[in-house]
Design a protein around this ligand. Structure first.
Ligand code: SF4
Ligand code: F3S
Ligand code: ZN
Length: 103
């Protein structure tokens, strides 16, 4: 599951659609964590889609990640600032790929 202390244990290495990307990144096999307030570990996400279906404010959008060993699409927190901290995505992700910092 995603490391809840990723902000201490990782470095920002890139930006994507207005949010941070936390490394290490070694494309296409290793993609890191996208987002900070709503963080998705792309190396754990296997494209279940529950987060995209259930988020009440449509924070997530699919992005193509060809060549990644877990899945070739990922749920990207493209609309991170819209998050209302309901925690539904954290609860429904079957592989615990999402961390929402509601604190
Ligand atoms: Fe969407 Fe709620 Fe997850 Fe925020 S915590 S991204 S509002 S499902
Ligand atoms: Fe991925 Fe979990 Fe969403 S596997 S698509 S982050 S429900
Ligand atoms: Zn992204």
């Amino acid at each position: 599951s995603i490391d809840p202390n990723f902000e201490e244990n990782r470095e920002v290495v890139d930006e994507h659609e207005g949010h941070d990307v936390w490394g290490p990144v070694d494309e296409p096999e290793q993609l890191g964590i996208h987002g900070t307030h709503v963080a998705v570990d792309f190396d754990i996400c296997l494209a279940d889609g529950a987060c995209i279906e259930d988020c009440p404010v449509d924070v997530f959008e699919w992005v193509d990640t060809p060549g990644h060993p877990e899945s070739e699409i990922k749920a990207d927190p493209a609309n991170e600032p819209q998050c209302i901290d309901c925690m539904i995505c954290v609860d429904v992700c079957p592989v615990d790929a999402i961390d929402v910092d509601a604190g």
